[in-house]
Design a binder for this molecule. Structure first.
Ligand code: SF4
Length: 305
């Protein structure tokens, strides 16, 4: 893809180990109270990633360097355990993976999520995880233990079932069929799992047949629900996404310019059309209620200590 930097080789990626001062970040105006990200940056390099803007805080280039500068919060599990035991935390929901994929490739060797899940389990903390990576199935044992003690959910993001298109827009993410297998494994293990059709890209992944195929495949894999999210072209992401369009689909540049104007979201009429398409696909699909795990009431005392 000329003009758009993707899929770097391992030698081109800089990894820094970080001693994090905090694990939980308080969030306002969202459906959850805390966010938790074990890494800074994300190796996945999705062209639409709204987290690209976080590079600016560290004076990095969110267009050309996204995916090549990664930080690993090596002490995150210990810091989290202390925060969960403090007076500040009162059992509110925690969103894991809001600005980075917690199961990106580095997690394979650092295994931070196992420590995080152990801390969440012991504190009986409710949480949900968002990921595009099938690596999450490695932690089915701990996820099931957590789900027996608190409200736990997983969202697996799948923007399209078209494998060639997925490679273009999410160049280092596992193919959609592997992610669907992860959905199946999570559902079979009794974990509440949904599929996020995220994000919906105008004139790229937004036709009714494409959206319906993801919805139907999600239900077939055992997802209990599906929802979609809109493309968010915040400052840096806008530059990256327009560079991607210019390199791969120059005929769409004018269309996007009209659709988004100066805003970060497409105009409301378009958003309504997409919502109707997804809603119609959901109505035409049968979702099977996932099996419920028996609650585990042991360890409640430990959680209060
Ligand atoms: S997986 Fe998520 S955080 Fe990572 S690059 Fe893709 S959209 Fe961004």
């Amino acid at each position: 893809m000329d003009g758009f930097p993707v899929a770097r080789r391992p030698g081109e990626v800089r990894v820094t180990e970080i001693a994090a001062k905090s694990a939980l970040n308080r969030v306002r105006g969202m459906g959850f109270t805390w966010s938790l990200n074990p890494f800074t940056g994300c190796a996945h390099q999705c062209v639409f990633c709204y987290a690209r803007g976080t590079h600016a805080y560290r004076e990095l280039d969110g267009v050309r360097e996204w995916g090549s500068v990664l930080g690993v919060k090596v002490n995150v599990a210990a810091v989290l355990r202390a925060e969960l035991a403090s007076r500040t935390y009162r059992g509110e929901e925690i969103a894991v993976g809001t600005a980075t994929d917690p199961y990106q490739a580095l997690e394979g060797s650092y295994r931070l999520m196992r420590g995080i899940l152990t801390a969440l389990r012991d504190a009986r903390a409710p949480f949900h995880i968002t990921t595009r990576s099938p690596l999450i199935v490695r932690d089915l044992d701990l996820l099931a233990q957590c789900a027996r003690r608190a409200d736990v959910g997983v969202a697996v993001s799948i923007a399209t079932l078209d494998e060639a298109l997925a490679r273009e827009i999410e160049p280092t993410v596992a193919p959609p069929r592997q992610r669907l297998r992860a959905v199946r494994a999570l559902a079979d293990a009794g974990i509440r799992v949904g599929v996020a059709v995220a994000p919906v890209l105008p004139d790229v992944t937004d036709d009714a047949a494409s959206l319906a195929s993801v919805v139907h495949a999600a239900a077939g894999a055992g997802a209990s629900h599906v929802w979609h999210s809109a493309l968010n072209l915040g400052a840096i992401t806008r530059d990256a996404y327009f560079a991607f369009l210019a390199a791969t689909r120059p005929e769409l540049v004018d269309r996007y310019t009209r659709l988004f104007g100066r805003g970060r979201y497409a105009e409301p009429g378009y958003a309504r059309e997409v919502a109707e398409r997804v809603h119609a696909a959901i109505l035409a699909t049968t979702f099977v209620r996932s099996r419920r795990l028996a609650p585990d009431r042991t360890g409640a005392q430990i959680a209060l200590l």
